[in-house]
Design a protein around this ligand. Structure first.
Ligand code: 3VV
Length: 157
């Protein structure tokens, strides 16, 4: 894994996101990395839910938490891939930031709340301002959810 999380390169004014902003003390503070520094298409993040992230039963995670984690890992992965494509270090100006245009999730099985969750991302397409990211969330090596995201880079203004 790289030492610096993608989200740690966001400038202060963009670091308040509930899912991944490092300046949001009430947020999830998700951190995403390249899975392998030699392969700039795959990304990874880890997250261990808190007891209050519970869904309908105490030992399973709330679906909205899963969506939030996939959302933030996907947009961060898209931004990292776009910087890499431009041959630039993440966070350098002009800032490249992606927002979610579309996020389609399949919830495959209940997600345990006491285990560390692993999120994977794969940039399957990056054309113009639009990135397509294939995402998954697993516990104990078993996929609990998969998703496809369309992320769009914000216009400079
Ligand atoms: C939360 C507020 C965000 C404010 C941002 C401030 C800066 C933030 C920076 C850093 C913070 C960290 C960020 C973490 C974020 C975490 C993830 C989220 O939760 S993001 C929040 C939820 N998402 C939104 O609120 C997006 C709302 N939607 C929009 O703003 C627009 O619809 C937007 C930007 C997505 C596209 O609008 P257009 O006018 O800029 O661009 P067009 O021309 O419509 O689309 C560009 C390309 O994308 C395709 N596209 C657009 N929407 C699509 C869709 N739903 N499905 C498929 N393709 C789509 C289009 O067909 C077009 O493709 P072709 O270039 O022609 O090939």
């Amino acid at each position: 894994m790289s030492k610096q999380a993608f989200q740690d390169s966001y400038p202060a004014e963009f670091s308040h996101c509930y899912g991944c902003g490092h300046d949001n003390p009430h947020g999830l503070q998700l951190k995403s990395y390249w899975l392998d520094e030699e392969d700039r298409t795959h990304t990874v993040a880890h997250f261990t839910p808190k007891p209050y992230h519970t869904g309908g039963v105490p030992d399973k995670a709330y679906g909205g938490l899963i969506a939030s984690l996939l959302d933030c890992h996907g947009t961060a992965s898209a931004a990292a891939a776009a910087y890499f494509k431009e041959g630039r270090k993440m966070g350098t100006a002009p800032i490249l930031r992606f927002v979610t245009a579309s996020l389609s999730i399949d919830f495959l099985r209940p997600t345990p709340i006491k285990e560390e969750l692993t999120l994977y991302g794969e940039i399957t397409q990056l054309e113009g301002r639009k990135a397509t990211v294939a995402l998954s969330l697993s516990a104990n090596g078993e996929p609990c959810a998969t998703a496809t995201m369309i992320a769009v880079a914000l216009k400079p203004e």
